[in-house]
Design a binder for this molecule. Structure first.
Ligand SMILES: [Mn+2]
Length: 200
């Protein structure tokens, strides 16, 4: 099974300086200081519902905007996940979650495939899935999950089934993803390597 030992990762560029510690089989203990209030709120939900223990600190160029900080947190989290997941052994591999938040409903399907892909389908939203929640640019949600999936080498399909309130929709996205991940990580002693290829 993937490592149960907490994993520390740091990444420093001219745009961001990120340190994180993550445990895949945790209890949802979370301490996040990303420098972006709404994003902290989302990462807290992410850790809580994924039963991840997560400490993350990002010092980024938020005087420009939040793009680098949010994307680079995705890169850092994805890099840590990749190190913890593969070679994948002894777990379900596939995970699915449909999460409701009031009127919003988001479905996420995950494959810990050691291959990267992201479908981010918000077509059910009335109008363009753009704009801001507080001072948080909604386009960054897709950027975060793209960075996460491509650095973790995992596939995810995130699909909005219905919803009107952007805060609810985005929160349901983060919860659905982490709950699907938690389910993909369920240990199954009958599974050695969950692939006919013999290795993932
Ligand atoms: Mn909320």
């Amino acid at each position: 099974m993937p490592s149960q030992i907490p994993y520390t990762f740091s990444r420093k560029t001219k745009e961001t300086d990120i340190k994180l510690n993550i445990s895949l089989y945790g209890k949802g203990n979370v301490c996040v200081k990303s420098g972006v209030g709404f994003f902290d709120h989302m990462l807290e939900a992410f850790a809580k519902h994924g039963l991840l223990d997560l400490e993350l600190e990002c010092v980024g160029d938020t005087h420009i905007d939040y793009h680098h900080s949010v994307e680079d947190c995705g890169i850092a989290l994805g890099s840590a996940l990749k190190a913890l997941l593969y070679p994948l052994e002894g777990v379900e591999r596939f995970g699915n979650a449909s999460v409701v938040m009031d009127e919003a409903n988001v479905e996420c399907d995950i494959d810990l495939a050691n291959r990267a892909y992201l479908v981010f389908d918000m077509d059910a939203y009335h109008g363009e899935f753009k704009g801001k929640i507080g001072d948080f640019d909604i386009e960054l949600v897709e950027e975060f999950f793209k960075a996460l999936c491509f650095n973790a080498n995992m596939s995810a399909h995130i699909v909005l089934k219905r919803g009107k309130n952007l805060h609810h929709i985005v929160e349901a996205i983060f919860k659905a993803f982490s709950l699907a991940l938690r389910r993909a990580l369920v240990v199954n002693p009958r599974i050695i390597t969950p692939s006919t290829k013999g290795v993932l």
